[in-house]
Design a binder for this molecule. Structure first.
Ligand SMILES: CC(C)(COP(=O)(O)OP(=O)(O)OC[C@H]1O[C@@H](n2cnc3c(N)ncnc32)[C@H](O)[C@@H]1OP(=O)(O)O)[C@@H](O)C(=O)NCCC(=O)NCCS
Length: 366
């Protein structure tokens, strides 16, 4: 048996959904640099069917998704209570994902409905936290515009809509990353979609995965507010043996292709929203990390600034990642179900052996 800690370099199963082979990210055969220009709905369809939709299919698919962007009254009633709690939004989302599984039809719900509910619930959590009224979907708009509208209260410009579509597409899937693998492990036991998604949200929450984007902005804010030299900040963190959030990747040792595209969007949005100072700090940090440690920014690095420019609170950043990655999670749950085999690896036991039990042996004699 092979022993690989963290399953590094281990191929666990086959997939037709996406690949990072040779550090090139492809979605069902299409390079990310090209497919990032498609519409979000086209990419969702692609990841779920491993082919692009025709015109009629796309229209019907989009319409169905948008029509489902509404929450049952009971979910809203409970959300109004849960989302006001002082817990981290990702904890609220974890509970909400599970809640969606009890206020919807857990046995029969299909991915389009489930994705629409997740996006709507995430937008609702943001609105409730901001003490703003919940908004209904506009059936004349697509999924991305509705998601932005229902989160921020503003209908996006064409340019913002295009940028955010790209951001959502770039986050939609990434083969067997930690949260997707978690979803597949759950799916392999033949549990329901909502349970698989709840497990995936739990895995995404951690700072080594989706939780990194919030920490990236925390770093930028500290540097800006306390007027610290970014290089001195980095040196202090590294001296204290802390990882610099938004850098490094298990697969991409020579750069994350998504970060290249996201950097351009961050630069443009920072310029438009008068946030150039953050972008300048990011550039200084990235140059230093590359020069000193050959570490490149990952998907979370520039995304943090993009979300800030959209007016979102940093605590909600990972929920946006979850909204996008729900597409990939659902794709992988479906694929796992198609040719299911229970995922159950082995461990190398390194604990003691040869012990014998006798009643009371573990108690301390007074
Ligand atoms: C993503 C990550 C978990 C990948 O981990 P991994 O593949 O297990 O790689 P390792 O953590 O073993 O890193 C390899 C080396 O680079 C260093 N390194 C990796 N990422 C680093 C970072 N962000 N800051 C400082 N050093 C880092 C490690 O300390 C290690 O050095 P060593 O060989 O001297 O011990 C890791 O890079 C990380 O923690 N990044 C910060 C969190 C983050 O941005 N997560 C989002 C990922 S998309």
């Amino acid at each position: 048996m092979t022993n690989s800690r963290g399953l590094a370099g281990i191929i666990v199963d086959e997939t037709k959904i996406s690949s990072t082979k040779n550090a090139h990210l492809i979605y069902a055969g299409y390079p990310i640099e090209e497919i990032a220009q498609a519409s979000f709905e086209e990419v969702v369809f692609l990841l779920w069917h491993t082919r692009l939709p025709n015109k009629h299919e796309l229209t019907a698919f989009r319409q169905n998704l948008v029509e489902q962007m509404v929450l049952p009254a009971e979910t809203i009633r409970l959300l109004l209570y849960i989302a006001k709690e002082p817990q981290h939004p990702m904890s609220i989302l974890r509970t909400t994902t599970s809640l969606l599984g009890t206020t919807n039809d857990v046995e029969h719900d299909e991915p389009p409905k489930i994705l629409a509910k997740m996006l709507t619930a995430i937008a609702a959590i943001i609105r409730i936290r901001d003490n703003e009224p919940l908004l209904e979907a506009d059936h004349h708009l697509g999924v991305v515009d509705n998601f932005l509208l229902m989160m921020t209260g503003k209908k996006p410009s064409q340019q913002l809509s295009r940028m955010f579509s790209t951001v959502m597409i770039l986050h939609a899937d990434h083969e067997f990353n930690a949260s997707t693998f978690t979803a597949r492990v759950a799916a392999s036991t033949l549990t329901d979609y909502y349970s698989c998604l709840t497990a995936a949200v739990c895995a995404l929450k951690g700072p080594l995965h989706g939780g990194a984007n919030e920490r990236v902005f925390e770093m930028l804010e500290t540097i800006k507010q306390q007027q610290i030299d970014p290089i001195v900040y980095l040196q202090d963190q590294l001296h204290a043996k802390r990882k610099i959030m938004g850098f490094g990747h298990r697969i991409y040792k020579n750069g994350d292709p998504r970060a290249v595209i996201l950097k351009k969007i961050a630069a443009e949005l920072a310029q438009e929203t008068d946030n150039q100072v953050y972008f300048q700090i990011q550039t200084q940090i990235a140059d230093y990390m590359l020069e000193k440690f050959k570490l490149h920014p990952n998907v979370d690095y520039y995304t943090a600034l993009i979300y800030h420019c959209l007016g979102l609170q940093k605590e909600t950043f990972t929920m946006i990642f979850a909204a996008c990655r729900t597409v990939g999670w659902l794709a992988h749950i479906m694929e796992q179900r198609q040719e299911n085999v229970l995922i159950r690896p082995c461990s190398a036991y390194v604990g003691p052996t040869g012990r014998h039990y006798s009643k009371g042996a573990g108690e301390i004699d007074e």
